[in-house]
Write a protein that binds this ligand. Sequence first.
Ligand code: CA
Length: 246
Amino acid sequence: MSHTAGVRVLLVEDEDRLARLVQEGLRNEDGIDVDLERDGVSGLWRATEGTYDAIVLDIMLPEKNGYQICRELRQAEDWTPILMLTAKDGEFDEAEALDIGADDYLRKPFSLVVLAARLRALVRRGAPARPAVLSCGTLLLDPALSQVTRDGETIELSRREFSLLETLMRAGGSVMSKQQLLDRVWGMDDEPASNVVEVYIRYLRQKIDDPFADDGHQPIIATVRGAGYRLVDDTEAASAGQVERR
Ligand code: CA
């Protein structure tokens, strides 16, 4: 008796041959019922309308890519387990898939046996817990909703700024070097301009620190000379009185 009998999965995949192979394979070998969509817009619609035990998302899709679908589902507080199919040439960062709320990923080409095993694990685990909101003093970052607030005021960030801030917040007050930030936020392969970190730190300060300085808030982003950057809890910094200035 299969553990996956009665399990329903949505597969969003535009490569027809692969999609059919997965659909038939999972049905015949594992008794998993697979609904198929071939583009991102239909995929998101079906994911929203239907009730699935898991969703398998290709990344490169017509109309809307797998990242966008995943992000939009999580923003709508839909926590159906998501497995992303990534390409072997690493066109997208797999870590990024997990960052935006996917639960697992599988690199193409993959075997059906492995896919079925991963799906079984996801279904057993059930819907993931909502990712925790990160905080540093008056600054809050909600990874699930891609939302940042300071003192309750919403701050609009670009995707890259958000990713940089999230990386610094996850460091929990430890110093991140410029190279670490380049690796985590931009990826080694991008070969970004060498001052890109400084530029984005400046953008972040303009949005996160500068507008709040008048209200007597201490800056949260601190430069640690020769070492990198770290975040400082502004509610503690006020009493400690020694924030490293930029
Ligand atoms: Ca594709």
